[in-house]
Ligand binder design. Structure first.
Ligand SMILES: *Cc1c(COP(=O)(O)O)cnc(C)c1O
Length: 335
């Protein structure tokens, strides 16, 4: 039995549900990354996942586990990012109905993408209204089930399938680096790694401006911060979760931070050398290895590349690649 909200058996069960539905994304390597770091880097590329990020795994697992009645009543969540599209697509695939609460000034492209997956979008004023309160009210009034972006055992179990696949495909690792926002991905991956590769160190990587995870680990309790200013929009969370924090505290080795400049450099590396599109939050773990923030020399290092949905307008005022590059993708797996 585990003292935590999820066990490896939950991750295995989630993996069974996702089989044939989520992509088993490729593990890529790069000679130039290995030469630059002196390590063997194994990149688990969730930028090729459906909706362009690992969030599809947790969303699909959580909705699959609802009773038939709850599933047909529908689900609600608050997000303008990858979790919104993940819930929208998962709900559609599972015959449910998704309501997504988004700020009225969310980029039109994101609102359209979410509607494109068949979800109903409810807009709110981010300056005067509280999205969690709105979601709870909608859940109550309409009998919807709230599926939060990270603090939910079924979401965490789904995200953990990312590390399960990586360890199965890449073999034993000395170190696993995982991007950290609210901790759904890191907690799930830590449980998978502890079971499949007990000797593998697990380190979470968060943006320098949003170092609440590091501070929480040091303080031994969940530290809350103001919404951090960073280009890593998938990690702009203000605190870890009630379910994710104990797992992170109990199972991981450390948390490190990287700067926005290091993220931009790493994105440029992915584009220039590996020819893949990685969003800022998706580059967190790789940035920790390539910048030398975490010593990797001589090690076999798993790196979770968590997503590829770049909001070009947000990270630069100069015209970026064509708009289609930044829109949520639902690509076929590479290879
Ligand atoms: C949500 C997200 C994260 C952070 O995941 P958490 O489970 O909140 O820690 C990292 N990368 C991308 C691309 C994301 O969408």
């Amino acid at each position: 039995m585990s003292e935590f909200a999820l066990t490896f058996a939950d991750i295995e069960a989630a993996h069974g549900r996702l089989s044939g539905i989520a992509h088993r994304t490729p593990v890529l390597t790069s000679r130039s990354a290995d030469e630059a770091s002196g390590a063997r880097l194994l990149f688990k590329c969730e930028n090729f996942q459906r909706v362009g990020a690992f969030k599809f795994r947790g969303a699909y697992n959580a909705i699959s586990l609802l009773s038939p009645d709850r599933k047909s009543a529908g689900v609600v969540t608050y997000s303008s990012g990858n979790h919104a599209q993940a819930i929208a697509l998962a709900a559609r695939l599972l015959g449910s109905h998704a309501v997504i609460v988004m700020p009225h000034d969310a980029p039109a492209i994101k609102v359209e993408a979410t509607r494109g997956y068949g979800a109903e979008v409810v807009l709110y004023d981010r300056y005067t209204e509280d999205r969690e309160a709105i979601s709870r009210r909608l859940a109550e009034e309409r009998g919807l089930t709230l599926i939060p972006p990270y603090d939910h055992p079924d979401v965490m179990a789904g995200q953990g399938t990312t590390a399960k696949e990586l360890l199965e495909d890449a073999g034993p690792l000395d170190l696993l680096l995982v991007p950290l926002g609210g901790g759904g991905l890191l907690s799930g991956c830590a449980v998978a790694a502890r079971t499949l590769c007990p000797g593998c160190a697990v380190i979470g990587v968060e943006p320098e401006a949003g170092d609440d995870g590091l501070r929480s680990l040091r303080a031994g309790r969940i530290v809350h911060i103001d919404t951090p200013e960073t280009i890593a929009d998938g990690a702009q969370t203000r605190h870890l979760g009630e379910y994710t924090f104990p797992v992170i505290q109990g199972l991981i080795d450390d948390i490190v931070t990287v700067s926005d400049a290091e993220l931009l450099e790493t994105m440029a590396f992915f584009t220039g050398r590996m020819k893949i599109v990685v969003e800022p939050t998706g580059a967190l773990a790789a940035a920790a290895a390539l910048s030398g923030k975490v010593p990797v020399r001589g090690k076999r290092v798993g790196i979770v590349v968590s997503g590829g949905n770049v909001d070009w307008a947000r990270i630069t005022r100069s015209p970026g690649p064509p708009a289609s590059c930044g829109s949520p993708a639902d690509p076929a797996p590479a290879g």
